[in-house]
Design a protein around this ligand. Structure first.
Ligand code: HAM
Length: 417
């Protein structure tokens, strides 16, 4: 026997009920972005490989789905959307008035080890804020990410803020060279603190300074940060936090261990977790970054974030969020073939009035049609019988209670509404 063709590892099919949930949440997210003045953009699913290898970071490069096309070009399925959106900006949007607020919802591909909340094809919703680096701009960005997750209905989320400029300043004070930062950042990102210390020793950093750096990474307040370093970056961090409070967020953690997996970040970085998700709890990640000059554009500040849409849905389910279900307002049932055409006219009239309506297309009996009507969650059934039709009436059945009443055709619409 031939083997059945199965779905590729790390990808998913979505049933109609799941799609309804996803589209519902997506709609809410879109509305929130728009309410903050963001405009939607779309970029291609694949790009030149180089776009992602220039500065995405080792981890992403290892996970990239790369291929050659028939013209021998090196292409890649996008692992994220920041580089594509900035490529788009440099090509076509540099003259747009600033700040430019762009958002997107799109599929991403990473050759990851699949598990719950980690897929090879997944959806990100995110945004890029181009052209401003005031503390209020960054505070609004962080507030937006938090607002999206709260307003889609998540109850338990944790916002953590970090700052790469502060880490870099401190490393510089410790005598670490700029070209050595990257490998240290990767060790912090992976929570490999033993290897981090070893590496710092190898870089000839004194034992006392290494100890100090470890303590610094555990700092959880601005005041404590100041015990380690007095840098303009700390003041800027403070200002962003002050504005975050103005926007209405006063629950967050300071976490200097947030360094992000992608190499383009600098300055403020942040993550939002849903602890209920366990291992794959990171719902959102973002911060300030630099890509425009790398792509040949005129430098302006950039920051953004992306939310793992699939994880947000799982977190909602775990928290017991009650999603709306797709329902029919009305299911129209012709009792026999003689009333079929009348039934079709009725369903047409209802659809024209924006009532969600369907009609039996299988010529089956009343009992079976009623069973189908309840399986598709119809609120009402309209039963079209010959006897009633003679009186210009139909029967309206409430699917919940089973109560039936005979209704004049001309009153049908107002009765359904
Ligand atoms: P990221 O942290 O790599 O950032 O991804 C953002 C979110 O995508 C993660 O927090 C996670 O929820 C979700 N995610 C990542 N990988 C997977 C996966 N394999 N399966 C399911 N969900 C996943 C970025 O991509 C940056 N471009 C964000 C950004 C925008 N920074 C500035 N602007």
């Amino acid at each position: 026997m031939e083997e059945k063709i199965k779905i590729p590892r790390g990808t998913r099919d979505f049933l109609p009920d799941e799609m309804f949930k996803r589209r519902y949440v997506e709609r809410t997210i879109r509305e929130i972005f728009q309410s903050f003045g963001y405009k939607e953009v779309q970029t291609p699913t694949f790009e030149h490989l180089e776009l992602f290898t220039l500065k995405s970071g080792e981890e992403i490069i290892e996970e990239i789905y790369a291929f050659k096309d028939k013209g021998n070009r090196d292409l890649a399925l996008r692992p994220e959307l920041t580089a594509p959106v900035i490529r788009f900006y440099v090509e076509k949007m540099q003259m747009e008035p600033k700040p430019l607020k762009l958002f997107y919802i799109g599929n991403c591909y990473r050759y990851d080890r699949p598990q719950r909340g980690r897929y090879r094809e997944f959806t990100q919703v995110g945004c890029e804020l181009i052209g401003t680096d005031t503390p209020e701009a960054y505070a609004e960005l962080i507030y937006l990410s938090y607002t999206i997750l709260r307003n889609i209905g998540l109850k338990n989320i944790v916002l953590r803020l970090g700052n790469l400029d502060i880490i870099y300043s401190l490393l510089e004070n410790m005598g670490v060279k700029k070209n050595q930062f990257r490998e240290l950042m990767h060790l912090i990102d992976k929570s490999k603190f033993y290897e981090l210390e070893k590496k710092l020793f190898e870089m000839r950093v004194a034992k006392s300074k290494v100890k100090m750096f470890r303590e610094f990474l555990n700092c959880n307040s601005i005041e404590k940060l100041r015990e380690f370093i007095e840098a303009p970056a700390v003041d800027r961090f403070r200002e962003i936090i002050d504005f975050l409070k103005v926007f209405g967020i006063d629950k967050f953690e300071i976490d200097m261990k947030i360094v992000r997996g992608l190499d383009y970040y600098k300055g403020i970085v942040f993550e939002i977790d849903a602890p209920i998700l366990g291992a794959e709890k990171q719902l959102c990640g973002g911060g300030e970054y630099e890509l425009i000059p790398l792509f040949g554009g005129k430098e302006v500040p950039t920051a953004g974030f992306a939310i793992g849409f699939d994880r947000a849905i799982i977190a909602l389910e775990e928290e017991g969020y009650v999603f709306p279900e797709q329902k029919l307002d009305v299911y129209v049932i012709p009792i026999n073939e003689k009333t079929l055409k009348n039934a079709i006219k009725i369903v047409n009239m209802l659809r024209e009035k924006n009532i969600i309506a369907d009609v039996d297309l299988m010529r089956r009996g009343l009992a079976k049609s009623l069973k189908y009507a309840s399986s598709v969650k119809a609120k009402k059934a309209i039963i079209v019988g010959p006897k009633e039709l003679e009186k210009e009436n139909v029967i309206v059945r409430d699917m919940d209670s089973g109560k039936q009443i005979e209704v004049k055709m001309k009153n049908l619409l107002s009765m359904i509404k």
